[in-house]
Ligand binder design. Structure first.
Ligand code: GLU
Length: 320
């Protein structure tokens, strides 16, 4: 079955969201995704919500949040007061896990990271990134109690049948994804991204999700959870990533990859916006704000391959 956003109606107002992790400054790839998400939403009088995915408590910082907000504002994207943080919603996520546990849909998993990696390398193992082979799914009572006695707290996984879903993606096209028994509650008690993202998108009434296509193959997991929890499936728009001159995914080593770093090299935010505009197929010359791109934006013109940042944005040059 193909899941699409038909349930929201073709002309319904779009509620989108941009959901960065405040673990550092946004890089050009994140900003480009935000621009596309903003345009997809505002093109039809919709709205783009901002949500901080700060489940990683050790690395999430309020100063990163402030800087991310500031960088988005420099390109003309501002958000109302309804910004949410996942760290403030743990009780809600745990309550949902409890509901699933009561339906006998959860099981404890005692595997270490290493055991999981080893099981993935086994021939014919599942192929999605981080996929779990189901080692603890059917432990006998004896095995389970032995593992409990080791004192290592379990993570809690969702029992699935490795279902297949076709994501009807507006940019990537119909894409087959196979799901696994994903972790919903980590063994340190922290809710997992896959759970929080699905709960929040539904609770915030999100109808369209624009994000990097590195998350495309994990989307089946989200659709599965939406069905279990009785949530609608939003429209998915996975956009190709931004890469350096070496065609590798943009990373710090490529040099100036944040607005601040570019500014220090004399490349101001208007110039950055101009490049981003060209990269998404816009014909508008010298936009001052993302709002100037609204009239001529069309997802159809968005290139379907990764976008390579301009050579002079990089401090590290590659010869090929
Ligand atoms: N928090 C994720 C990230 O920063 C985004 C997840 C999503 O958009 O679903 O990569």
């Amino acid at each position: 079955m193909v899941y699409s956003a038909a349930q929201f109606g073709e002309n319904a107002k779009v509620i989108g969201r941009f959901a960065p992790s405040p673990t550092g400054p946004l890089h050009i790839g994140n900003l480009r995704t935000a621009v596309i998400a903003w345009l997809c939403a505002h093109q039809r009088d919709g709205e783009l919500l901002l949500r901080f995915e700060d489940l990683d408590r050790a690395n999430s910082k309020s100063e990163h949040e402030a800087r991310q907000i500031n960088d988005l504002a420099q390109l003309g994207m501002t958000f109302g007061s309804n910004v949410i943080r996942q760290s403030e919603r743990f009780d809600l996520y745990r309550e949902i896990v409890e509901g699933l546990r009561q339906q006998d849909l959860m099981y404890p998993c005692y595997c270490t990271r290493r055991e999981i990696l080893e099981s993935i390398q086994a021939p014919h193992g599942p192929t999605i990134e981080g996929a779990y082979a189901g080692t603890c799914r059917n432990l006998s009572a004896r095995d389970r109690s032995e593992r409990e006695q080791s004192g290592r707290p379990p993570a809690w996984r969702l029992r699935t049948n490795n279902e297949t879903y076709v994501v009807d993606d507006l940019v990537a096209g119909p894409t087959i994804t196979v799901i696994d028994d994903m972790v919903l509650l980590r063994n340190d008690g922290v809710p997992a991204y896959n759970l929080a993202v699905v709960v929040d998108d539904a609770e915030q009434g999100v109808t369209q999700i624009v994000r990097g296509d590195d998350l495309l193959l994990g989307t089946g997991r989200h659709i599965h959870l939406q069905k279990l929890l009785g949530y609608p499936t939003p429209q998915y728009v996975h956009v190709p990533l931004v890469v350096g001159q070496d065609r590798e995914r943009l990373a710090k080593r490529h040099g100036a990859v944040t607005l601040e770093e570019l500014g220090q090299r004399g490349i101001g935010s208007q110039e950055v916006l101009g490049e981003l505009a060209r990269s998404i197929g816009s014909q508008i010359e010298r936009p001052q704000s993302v709002n100037d791109l609204r009239t001529d934006f069309s997802l159809e013109r968005l290139p379907r391959s990764p976008w390579t940042i301009p050579a002079d944005w990089q401090t590290v040059h590659h010869d090929n």
